[in-house]
Design a protein around this ligand. Structure first.
Ligand SMILES: Nc1ncnc2c1ncn2[C@@H]1O[C@H](COP(=O)(O)OP(=O)(O)O)[C@@H](O)[C@H]1O
Ligand SMILES: [Mg+2]
Length: 418
């Protein structure tokens, strides 16, 4: 960990530690780091309506359009969390992005961990406390279990897996999960079965308590049994772990097709194959796959190459479908194939951007643009079914803004300039 020199305001002295490039950290130097976070004035901190529950004092500040989460925590844990989150990001694990820590605060105050606010993320509590609660408890638990499995594949013991410590982000009708609290993480070369199952036990305990708490607050949908849902987490975990790690016996006649299917299945689950071992004997072939931890992001990369847009994996899958069908239509009209760059550019300019631009500015902070575009495509399908003919993206966008988005509760982070 490198300690970088910093410029301090004259009246007090603290120390910032961050990894370059962190020019943006300079914008945060003027904050009242010498005072307890709880005492920071209201014109400095900003409220985030979507946050979860925390043990520590966690507050948010905005610098221009960027929002940061600040967590007051003892220095050894702050340093550990900073190191772990930095490693996770380097490996492509889904986690909040850490900026640095502030230590040596006057009067023996704890350190402060600074992370970038995960844009468009929502906590499970928010998902259940707003009318737009169109995600089931089961879906959230599945998403969280997927994150836990991903960490376990990489030898990471979480030690505090819970719905509060997972941030959720809409991803084209599904959810993507991000780790937000890495204080208890332990890294090993590989986890034993005992370690994995202990981590799952801890998750069951925490999720059970969280669901009971939601129930007590009248926020749990009726018909959801908190304890059964939490305990059911184990079977979901076991099924996914098995699917990703089991050795598979392939038909000797046609081992290739079994292998292709297995790899396709891993891909559908959002994983990739790191290394494949195929052991053949006279009467059978066994395939052993070392599953890759980071999502392959095939669609994200392809969409970025074609259009320059950076979105999440499922959103990219959806947007690529639309790009392809627009391209096919263009090519038919031109009577010739178009180069990738032309097709991508024209789709952005003629389809994607006009739809996103049709969303009024005061509604834009409710959903990421790619997620709004995905919803417009859904709405187009829905309207076209009713009309029995394709209504087109422009009409779908207009109707979507008017009838759906304007009724979506605000999920924005009010921006308070420093
Ligand atoms: N970078 C971030 N982006 C979005 N929300 C965050 C971020 N950091 C913290 N939060 C919110 O604050 C809550 C508490 O943070 P966490 O690190 O879990 O603190 P604690 O160690 O006290 O549990 C989280 O559940 C989450 O809702
Ligand atoms: Mg936490």
């Amino acid at each position: 960990m490198e300690d970088s020199p910093a410029v301090f305001p004259p009246e007090f002295s603290v120390r910032f530690i961050f990894r370059p490039p962190a020019a943006e950290a300079a914008g945060l130097l003027a904050l009242p780091w010498d005072r307890p976070l709880t005492e920071w004035p209201d014109d400095v901190v900003t409220t985030v309506p979507r946050r979860g529950i925390s043990r520590h004092v966690v507050r948010f500040v905005a610098d221009g359009a960027t929002v940061y989460a600040l967590k007051e925590i003892v220095e050894p844990l702050a340093r550990k969390e900073y190191a772990v989150l930095t490693d996770f990001a380097a490996q492509g694990l889904p986690t909040v992005d850490v900026l640095g820590i502030c230590v040596d605060r006057p009067g023996g105050q704890p350190a402060i961990l600074i992370t970038r606010y995960l844009d468009y993320s929502v906590s499970y509590r928010h998902l259940f406390s707003t009318p737009r609660g169109d995600f089931s408890v089961g879906q959230l638990v599945d998403t969280m279990v997927g994150l836990l499995v991903r960490l376990h594949l990489d030898g990471v013991f979480w030690g505090d897996c819970s719905l509060s410590n997972t941030l959720f982000r809409p991803d084209a009708g599904t959810m993507a999960a991000y780790l937000v609290d890495a204080e208890t993480v332990e890294r090993h070369a590989q986890l034993s079965d005992g370690q994995r199952l202990h981590d799952v036990d801890l998750a069951i305990e925490r999720v059970g308590a969280e669901l009971l708490d939601l129930e007590a607050g009248g926020l749990l949908p009726s018909g959801v049994d908190p304890v059964a849902t939490a305990v059911g987490l184990r079977a979901k975990y076991d099924a996914l772990w098995d699917e990703l790690t089991r050795d598979q016996v392939l038909a000797t006649r046609d081992p290739a097709s079994g292998l292709v299917q297995r790899l396709q299945r891993l891909n559908d689950l959002g994983f990739g194959a790191g290394e494949i071992e195929l052991v053949t004997s006279d009467d059978e072939a066994v395939v052993r796959v070392r599953t890759q931890v980071a999502e392959p992001g095939r669609h994200r990369r392809e969409l970025f190459r074609l259009s320059g847009l950076e979105v999440q994996e499922n959103q990219a899958r959806r947007l690529l479908d639309d790009l392809r069908s627009y391209r096919a239509w263009l090519e038919q009209r031109h009577g010739a194939e178009l180069p990738d760059s032309v097709a991508g550019h024209r789709w952005v300019a003629e389809v994607y951007q006009p739809a996103v631009d049709s969303i009024p500015a005061d509604l834009l902070d409710r959903l990421a643009p790619a997620e709004a575009f995905h919803e417009i495509l859904e709405h187009r399908w829905f309207l076209s079914e009713i009309e029995q003919s394709d209504v087109g993206t422009t009409e779908a966008a207009r109707s979507y803004v008017e009838t759906v988005l304007s009724r979506t509760p605000t999920e924005s982070v009010p921006t308070v300039l420093l």
